[in-house]
Ligand binder design. Structure first.
Ligand code: AMP
Ligand code: GLY
Length: 418
């Protein structure tokens, strides 16, 4: 089969790695891909935001399956356009991708189907936000409704902090994404992420992970896209997994299918494991980054067969096989990330790090004609280690990192340590 993968980051490198390993893959095209991904498929320089360019590419290449990695083109309706042009696509249509594109939509749909979540109020002006904040007693969470690259959430300790955050969002700090905001009840507990494949009414557990979002050790520093992850999520027991599938994922899938906005693709369920049970923190309409870099290496089933079953609506006949080992990925980022950082510094020592237990995924690199590897992004590498348990997987990842020389980079030393 000919497969077109859309994206260029570490998540897409992991997807490309899995798709290239499938017995069904004859030809893998990646738009735009990256220098590192060129070892796995043909990279074609069309950006993920260039929906017209992607449509033209699909028309000229006629892939058997299109796989969309990042959220922006999903929320912008790429799948609807591809389907209208007759292409088979793995990823939700625009209406279903609103689970990520609009936090208010996600909350309202959970409320409609009786899915456990924190209390919330949707506001479009400051007076309403103030009233909602005061009603929570002050400890609450302020969220921009739309996509804000993971930055549109403020967990506030008191009403003043919450009101200041609401004022900034409504004043346009996140553009249109913050024109509507949510004031949420602040809940407590460890976090875990569960992934599910959904083909409309059917849903299948697709792994769990826990990521580390703060930049520095000890969960300090600014929020990032994710500095590392572990799979399976250590705190998500089999019982909790089943509870989340039965009480969150399946009611959502069936409800959306009944409503005429079926979800098709992979759903990322961000959970807080409260004393009263799991509650939904957020949904994403795609795999996580760097969660993909720990989930996909553990998947033993053929990823392309699984994606086709999702697209064709036959997930009810599929069961997935998993590697029993744990996986830990540690992200190496450019000094300064998630703020400003330089590009172009050379990274040495990566040639020999990959073993049976170590996979190097590239999130933001370039490779010179002479083979020199250079940093070309904020998050630059994700070093995944596999091992019999979390400790062994961690050790595999950190031992590999020791062999990499990159003075302009940094990484957390406590990924999967607690
Ligand atoms: P989100 O982008 O919605 O995942 O939110 C980012 C982070 O804010 C989450 O990972 C949680 O740590 C925290 N958070 C979001 N919503 C809540 C909530 N209602 N109560 C407590 N913490 C929250
Ligand atoms: N690692 C968080 C995300 O992919 O949204």
């Amino acid at each position: 089969m000919k497969i077109l993968l859309i994206g260029s980051g570490g998540r897409e490198h992991a997807l490309a790695w899995s798709i290239a390993a499938s017995a069904l893959t004859e030809d893998l095209l990646i738009a735009p891909g990256s220098d590192a991904m060129a070892a796995l498929g043909r990279c074609i320089d069309v950006s993920v935001d260039d929906l017209d360019g992607l449509m033209e590419l699909a028309a000229s290449e006629a892939p058997d399956l299109v796989v969309v990695g990042p959220e922006a083109p999903l929320v912008a309706g790429l799948v609807d356009r591809m389907e209208a042009a007759g292409h088979a696509v793995f990823g939700p249509r625009q209406a279903a991708a609103q689970l990520e594109g609009s936090k208010g939509f996600a909350r309202e749909i959970c409320a409609k189907f009786g899915i456990r979540q924190p209390g919330f109020t949707i506001c479009t002006d400051l007076a309403a936000a103030h009233a909602a904040i005061d009603a929570t007693g002050g400890a609450c969470v302020i969220k921009a409704d739309g996509l804000a690259a993971g930055k549109g959430v403020v967990v506030a300790d008191d009403a003043d902090e919450a009101k200041a955050a609401a004022a900034k969002m409504l004043a346009g700090r996140f553009g249109d994404a913050g024109a509507t905001l949510l004031v949420e009840e602040r809940i407590n507990g460890p976090e875990a992420s569960l992934f599910a494949l959904i083909d409309g009414p059917n849903a299948l557990f697709m792994g769990s992970a826990q990521d580390h979002k703060r930049a520095f050790d000890g969960d300090r520093g600014p929020n990032t896209g994710g500095m590392g992850a572990v799979s399976p999520a250590p705190r998500l027991s089999d019982e909790l997994r089943d509870q989340v599938m039965d009480e969150i994922v399946l009611p959502l899938a069936r409800g959306m299918a009944d409503d005429g906005t079926p979800y098709r693709g992979i759903l990322y369920v961000g959970l807080m494991l409260t004393a009263d049970g799991p509650q939904v923190i957020e949904f994403n309409c795609r795999l996580g980054d760097p969660e993909a870099q720990v989930i996909l290496p553990r998947l033993r089933s053929d990823i392309v067969a699984v994606m086709l079953a999702t697209v064709e609506g036959t997930l009810g006949h599929v069961s997935l096989r998993w590697d029993d080992r744990s996986a830990v990925t540690v992200v190496m980022a450019a000094e300064g990330y998630p703020g400003t950082y330089d590009k172009g510094s050379a990274i040495g020592g990566t040639d020999a790090v990959e073993t049976e237990d170590v996979i190097l995924f590239h999130a933001g690199t370039k490779i010179d004609a002479d083979g020199t590897l250079r940093a070309h992004g904020g998050r630059v590498l994700a070093v995944t280690g596999l091992g019999a348990d979390v400790t062994a997987a961690r050790n595999a990842s950190y031992d590999a990192i020791k062999a990499i020389s990159w003075p302009q980079g940094f990484y957390r030393r406590d990924i999967a340590a607690s």
